[in-house]
Design a protein around this ligand. Structure first.
Ligand SMILES: Cc1ncc(C[n+]2csc(CCOP(=O)(O)OP(=O)(O)O)c2C)c(N)n1
Ligand code: SF4
Ligand SMILES: [Mg+2]
Length: 351
């Protein structure tokens, strides 16, 4: 058996969302990951985000690569479309699916090995093309599934469980996403659901490439002294740029925070992200400032979390390619076959 189904029974008093679904409806199978794995907390945050967004699970396509992280789509949104693809190849599978059917919400889940090592090229190209998706990297700094080798996000000088020091420079996926042109870039921590759930909600509603790097300690291979991805290390070095509330367009906007400490960001679809600023003067619309703060804080040994960058006027791959508005499988002969005259005119153009 590759997964264990959860019992379907729910208590009649369980809270439901606007669609009448309980949180359980957004869950998946019972997790087979190690107890305490950060990835399970991320799955719980994803369940909560989709429950709160009142999204029908069948409107979501969840795609992943290979790794403990890439196994997690089995543990959330059990009624969604899903494909566990090939190591490092989630982005191209997601891009193809998105081009074929733009009506679904694309949710990609990957690991730091999956995206920063074997899949680095794929990661780069789907972000720079602006594929409309949420791309979550569950970042533990190791290849958890294959027993804890350093991944490319492991910090230089950090120590493995066996005492080996990592001699290589690390890849900061947030820095890379900013450089590549992602229009929504955030980082969070699996142990901070209060920050992660609103970030996920905002990323789902963002029209373009939304990337979230979630530091997610591997309790089996990377949670010891000397690791920079352990629970203790992240809690001690987390520099929170902002906390945010996400308000879907369907809900009325109310102002219940002190002026001067809140900034509202309106997205294309009318939804609003409300930033409760903690760091003074941080502007999430400035890509260069975002790159600077990452580097400056990293030099101090700090990990920046929160909404790091957002472009309110993001465009996606479909607008770059000027594709048809409808899923390809809904097109009939009339749309697909323009007729002999159009073909002859086209050929004449090429002569
Ligand atoms: C083409 C290919 N190469 C190597 C592997 C072996 N492999 C499986 S998972 C994995 C690394 C997973 O690391 P990560 O993406 O960080 O996920 P984690 O398990 O840490 O969540 C590797 C190297 C594979 N499955 N396929
Ligand atoms: S090996 Fe690490 S990443 Fe994999 S399930 Fe266990 S704790 Fe999680
Ligand atoms: Mg990993």
């Amino acid at each position: 058996m590759t997964y264990i189904a959860k019992p379907k029974l729910t208590h009649p008093g369980t809270p439901t969302n606007e669609l009448g679904y309980s949180r359980r409806y957004y869950e998946g199978a019972v997790s087979t990951l190690c107890a305490g794995c950060g990835h399970d907390s991320i799955s719980a945050a994803i369940v909560q985000a989709f429950f709160e967004l009142n999204i029908e699970p069948h409107r979501v396509a969840k795609l992943s690569g290979i790794g403990c992280s890439s196994k997690t789509p089995t543990y959330f949104l059990g009624s969604s479309h899903g494909l566990n693809s090939v190591h490092g190849r989630m982005p191209s599978v997601l891009t193809g699916a998105n081009l074929a059917n733009r009506d679904l919400i694309y949710f990609g889940v990957s690991g730091d090995g999956d995206s920063a090592s074997i899949g680095l090229g794929q990661f780069a190209h789907c972000l720079r093309r602006g594929v409309n998706m949420v791309y979550v990297v569950e970042n533990n700094g190791v290849y958890g599934l294959t027993k804890g080798q350093f991944s490319a996000t492991a910090d230089k000088g950090s120590k493995s469980k066996r005492g080996v020091i990592n001699p290589d420079s690390n890849i900061d996926m947030v820095g890379l996403a900013l450089q590549l042109g992602a229009t929504f870039v955030a980082r969070s921590f699996s142990g901070d659901k209060g920050q992660l759930v609103p970030l996920l909600r905002a990323a789902v509603e963002h029209d373009g490439a939304a990337f979230i790097d979630v530091i997610s300690p591997c309790v089996a291979f990377n949670n010891h002294a000397g690791s920079t991805k352990s629970y203790d290390y992240v809690r001690e070095h987390n520099e929170i740029l902002n906390r945010l509330d996400f308000i879907p367009q369907r809900e009325p906007i109310t102002a219940d925070y002190d002026a001067g400490t809140v900034e509202e960001i309106s997205q294309h679809d009318g939804s609003v992200i409300r930033l409760r600023k903690i760091s003074k003067n941080y502007d999430p619309h400035d890509r260069i400032a975002a790159m600077n703060i990452l580097q400056a804080r990293a030099a101090e040994g700090e990990i920046v979390t929160g909404l790091i960058y957002i472009d309110n006027n993001a465009e996606d791959l479909h607008s770059h390619l000027n594709t048809v508005e409808f899923p390809l499988n809904t097109l009939g002969e009339e749309e697909l076959c323009p007729g002999l005259a159009a073909l002859e005119a086209f050929n004449a153009d090429l002569q």
